[in-house]
Design a protein around this ligand. Structure first.
Ligand SMILES: [Fe+2]
Ligand SMILES: [Fe+2]
Length: 205
């Protein structure tokens, strides 16, 4: 926690002066700069409990998804997206896909954020029928430009990443990528590239 002797004097936001808001913006800068580190701390926390009933932790699931993405030659946005696709699960288990997407949205490509936001409904393909749900609920997005990317993300990196035997990379391996991504300028159009679909890398062989 950063200690500071400088504080504003107002007790209601509407009473703040321009100088006070400039001070707040200045004090907030180092906090923003530490976002990547807070993300890594949250991932570490997710390594402390197993994923209920599964054979691995939430952290290992994300690490395994990211390892598969890297192995297949995906770019840094896909790798970090795979690593963080379930990061919202701790606070928002009912809508973790959307929460995870909001965390990455300012810093990763539009396509990756869309895929993370919708992976929950696409994942139902693999288990929805066991609960009497529509396993093909993803079909409402059939005409969306990111449909194939999301389907492939779930098939290749998400539904497959619950294997305690898989040679999964460590969090330390991915930490520099997380720091790099969260050090980007937020909502930079050259990073976000709204509407551009790259797709997953083609599978070898
Ligand atoms: Fe998920
Ligand atoms: Fe997942």
């Amino acid at each position: 926690m950063t200690e500071t002797s400088q504080t504003v004097s107002f007790t209601q936001m509407k009473d703040g002066t321009k100088a006070e808001y400039e001070l707040l913006a200045e004090l907030e800068r180092p906090f923003h700069a530490m976002t990547g580190d807070r993300i890594l701390q949250e991932l570490e926390r997710q390594g402390q409990f197993t994923l209920e009933g599964y054979r691995i932790t939430r952290l290992t699931h994300g690490l395994q998804a990211a390892t598969r993405a890297e192995q297949e030659g995906a770019d840094i946005d896909w790798i970090v997206g795979a690593l963080l696709h379930d990061i919202g699960d701790g606070l928002a288990p009912q809508n973790h896909d959307r929460m995870s997407a909001e965390i990455i949205r300012p810093f990763l490509r539009w396509e990756v954020s869309w895929v993370v936001e919708h992976h929950g409904i696409f994942q139902m393909l693999y288990y929805g029928h066991h609960y009497g749900w529509d396993k093909n609920a993803r079909d409402e997005y059939r005409d969306h430009p990111c449909f194939e990317s999301c389907a492939a993300f779930c098939e290749r990196w998400d539904q497959s990443s619950f294997d305690p035997e898989y040679p999964t990379q460590s969090l330390a391996h991915f930490a520099p990528m997380v720091r790099e991504v969260f050090a980007r300028k937020a909502y930079d159009p050259e990073v976000i590239r709204e509407g551009v679909v790259v797709g997953l890398p083609p599978l070898a062989g």
